[in-house]
Design a protein around this ligand. Structure first.
Ligand SMILES: Nc1ncnc2c1ncn2[C@@H]1O[C@H](COP(=O)(O)OP(=O)(O)OP(=O)(O)O)[C@@H](O)[C@H]1O
Length: 266
């Protein structure tokens, strides 16, 4: 039997009812799969349903129709093998860094064992915050707080990592630095990554494949295989093909296709 993909969206419809006025049709006929340890970014116009598809995959809500599957199993609730990093890391400012990293375990089991703390410390080493375990999180910069969020998402060693615009609140330099850090972490701990972003260069630098969604209701408009060799670095962005691809994606995103072939690269 064929191994199921790590992630499958199968004919997803998502309609949000309205208390007044028309309901919002957020996603329609959404179909795509992601293979194990693949890094896939989702790009699309504002409001096209990117965060919605991530919340469906995280088991935070159920689709109006269709199926979301993780390793062939329908997603009905949050799972330990799916870690999530949000745009803002939602840390508890009165707790130390290590207590924030191990918080999901405290929340779930009511206590944190020595072994859990050791694992938390390992994750802090991985994100290069090993010396900051006992600091309060509000003493850290935005980039460092996002590292804490990544360490927390990796604590239970999930197969799948969902990232919803994780670096968009950072300044440009920290953003580039965190992109490279994410590539390093992904190399050291291979994961299946679904990464939501508004940044075309970020998607090109990080991903194996980019899914471009249409305007709402979001559906797959394009799938782009990113050809750049790994490991990638800022040098990758100097490859002349990088700008060409970025421009081609930009055109696809911001033009309304007259027919299906418009915007195809030459
Ligand atoms: N819980 C909800 N109830 C009602 N409408 C919702 C709900 N969640 C999302 N929506 C609507 O569904 C559509 C898709 O929202 P979503 O946040 O998924 O888009 P997005 O592509 O992530 O947007 P952005 O790029 O601006 O972050 C939007 O019109 C939004 O207002």
């Amino acid at each position: 039997m064929q191994t199921p993909p790590a992630i499958r969206f199968n004919s997803i419809e998502q309609v949000f009812p309205a208390t007044t006025g028309a309901p919002t049709h957020a996603l329609s006929g959404l179909d795509f799969t992601i293979g194990r340890h693949e890094f896939v970014s989702v790009l699309g116009p504002s409001g096209c349903g990117k965060s919605t598809l991530l919340r469906l995959l995280a088991g935070l809500m159920l689709p109006s129709a269709g199926k979301v599957e993780v390793f062939g199993n329908p997603v009905r609730e949050p799972r330990d093998d799916v870690g999530i990093v949000f745009q803002r890391p939602t840390l508890l400012p009165w707790l130390s860094v290590i207590d924030n990293v191990t918080f999901p375990i405290r929340h779930k089991r009511g206590r944190v064992s020595k072994e859990d703390r050791r694992r938390g410390q390992d994750m802090l080493e991985l994100v290069r915050l090993g010396d900051f375990a006992d600091k309060r999180v509000d003493a850290l910069s935005g980039g460092m707080q996002q590292r804490v969020g990544i360490a927390r998402a990796l604590l239970l060693d999930p197969d799948i990592l969902l990232m919803d615009e994780p670096f968009s609140a950072l300044d440009a330099l920290s953003r580039d630095e965190m992109s490279l850090e994410l590539l390093r972490i992904w190399r050291e701990r291979p994961k299946t990554v679904l990464f939501i972003t508004h940044s075309i260069p970020e998607a090109l630098l990080l991903s194996d494949r980019i899914i471009v969604l249409s305007e709402r209701p979001g559906t797959v408009r394009d799938e782009i295989v990113v050809p750049f060799a790994r490991p990638r670095s800022l040098e990758t962005m100097a490859d002349p093909r990088f700008n060409e691809m970025a421009n081609s994606i930009r055109r696809r995103l911001f033009t309304h296709p007259v027919n299906q072939t418009e915007g195809e690269p030459a």
